[in-house]
Write a protein that binds this ligand. Structure first.
Ligand code: FDA
Length: 319
């Protein structure tokens, strides 16, 4: 387990352009980036998306933006999403089924302006409305990612606003490590929402989040039970064999068919397990990030939670 003192070092590294240039030129870095990021541009990411669809996997695509510090930057992110939605709408996807859409975009509200001083919440809501309407018009799903806990109230209230107009299109992420999440699962399950349940990737204080892996896993399973028993569509986002096995059992116990929930994993992580689940007839969606801001993305994910460094290293060396 990596110790906390690495964090300031990684955060400094995430901002260093010299280090970024140096690392980018190293073949080993390229291999790690290529493993976890589908391409630097929309067009270069498309072959990976097509290949996943050909393998009967569903896809969620995330544009890697930097932390948005001005409104114009947020608008550029919106434009990226609108162009992405247009391209995805033209892709030959597996037959769209009654209960799921094969193509989805994942959205970070921080990239849409949520952290702007003053009216960040309103700016992010306005921008997310534009993206949700465009996705809805062409039959794509939108899932709003979960970020650090200081944004959760704002994010979930924006999700509820969006769902008023696009209840079938918009879903969100809940993080099992947060103490509040069981209650959020109850509320969203009763509302019939589409919820991606993950463990949570940020470094959070004890006052708001479980710290021990066993506590996080126990919370994950409690949340999953609530979502499976509820009226919504659960999306089981994990690479953990114990969570995967129990999810399938809980779904059966709740009387859900294989088309009434789905598994999700990150691009490049446990591809053989992804294939196994597809062979079993389970729905499997792969989260595919693209964009040239991969450096900040990968290093910051590791800094937020140093355990992520070992997560990426393990995935990079696993078969
Ligand atoms: P975890 O890392 O806890 O590992 C548990 C066990 O799984 C390991 O002990 C090992 O047995 C097995 N395992 C894991 N990785 C393996 C590998 N590469 N090879 C072999 N075995 C492996 N987070 C967030 O805060 N907000 C968000 O919006 C999202 N969105 C999101 C979408 C999707 C589709 C996924 C899959 C994940 C996210 N996450 C996220 C990240 C999530 O919160 C979490 O940090 C990671 O998924 C890691 O947790 P796991 O449950 O995968 O297993």
């Amino acid at each position: 387990v990596l110790s906390h003192p690495l964090r300031p070092l990684l955060l400094t590294a995430a901002r260093s352009q010299r280090l970024e240039r140096g690392l980018t030129r190293m073949p080993a870095t390229r291999r790690v980036v290529d493993r976890f990021v589908a391409g630097a541009t929309r067009d270069s990411a498309l072959p990976a998306v097509r290949e996943l669809l050909r393998q009967n996997k569903f896809v969620s695509i995330d544009y890697l933006g930097e932390d948005t510090t001005e409104p114009a930057q947020a608008r550029r992110v919106v434009d990226q999403y609108l162009a992405l939605i247009e391209v995805l709408a033209g892709l030959p996807a597996p037959d769209s089924e009654a209960t799921a859409r094969p193509l989805e975009v994942s959205l970070k509200l921080s990239a849409l302006g949520q952290a702007l001083p003053g009216d960040g919440h309103a700016v992010a809501l306005g921008n997310a409305r534009i993206v949700a309407a465009a996705a809805d018009a062409v039959g794509l799903w939108v899932t709003v990612d979960a970020e650090n806990h200081t944004t959760t109230d704002s994010t979930l209230s924006i999700v509820r606003e969006l769902r008023q107009h696009h209840p079938e299109t918009v879903g969100t992420v809940l993080q099992a490590y947060l103490l509040r999440t069981e209650a959020d699962c109850h509320a969203f399950a009763a509302e019939g929402a589409r919820i991606r349940l993950c463990k949570g990737a940020y470094r959070e204080p004890e006052s708001v989040a479980f710290q021990r892996p066993a506590e996080v896993s126990a919370s994950y399973l409690r949340c999953l039970r609530i979502l499976m028993a509820g009226k919504g569509y659960p999306m089981v986002a994990t690479h953990d064999p114990e969570m995967i096995e129990t999810a399938a059992l809980l779904a059966t116990a709740a009387g859900r068919g294989r088309d009434e929930f789905e598994f999700q994993m990150l691009y490049g992580v446990r591809p053989a397990e992804q294939d196994r689940l597809v062979r079993l007839g389970q729905r499997m969606r792969v989260y595919v990030p693209f964009g040239d801001q991969w450096y900040g993305y990968l290093v910051r994910r590791m800094a937020e939670r140093p355990a992520n460094l070992s997560f990426f290293l393990r995935a990079a060396t696993a078969q």
